[in-house]
Design a protein around this ligand. Structure first.
Ligand SMILES: [Cu+2]
Length: 125
């Protein structure tokens, strides 16, 4: 009898974990870690172009990897994430996307160290 109860409990647990997993998967489809690479040779110029605007969703973690030979630093005015810290070559910085961001309404995003000639085109709807 104890063995039967054990298997019933096991069966119920597997039913529960299946529905739980499907909820996790739904959330995962809507957000996640988005890796972005500042390419070698970017130097003091823009990280991307308007035509290659990086589109993100609320809840994403934008992981900015510095593959260049000089430091980089994300400049924001709090959208879509707080202002970045300095990223040394080989390091990364996580921009946790908590706010919508549109360049026209919220102003440009650029490399804090090199100014507005070093743009980063993003959009969060
Ligand atoms: Cu700044």
């Amino acid at each position: 009898m104890k063995l039967v109860l054990f298997f019933i409990a096991l069966f119920n647990m597997s039913l529960y974990s299946q529905s739980y997993e499907s909820n996790i998967n739904d959330d995962y489809l809507n957000s996640g870690i988005v890796d972005y690479y500042i390419n070698l040779g970017t130097n003091k110029l823009s990280w991307n172009r308007a035509e290659t605007t990086l589109k993100l969703k609320l809840g994403d973690i934008l992981r900015i990897h510095n593959k260049d030979l000089i430091d980089h630093q994300l400049h924001t005015n709090g959208k879509p994430c707080p202002h970045g810290a300095r990223i040394k070559p080989g390091d990364f910085f996580d921009c946790v996307v908590t706010k919508t961001y549109n360049e026209k309404n919220d102003g440009p995003i650029y490399d804090h160290l090199y100014g507005r000639n070093a743009r980063f085109y993003l959009q969060v709807d």
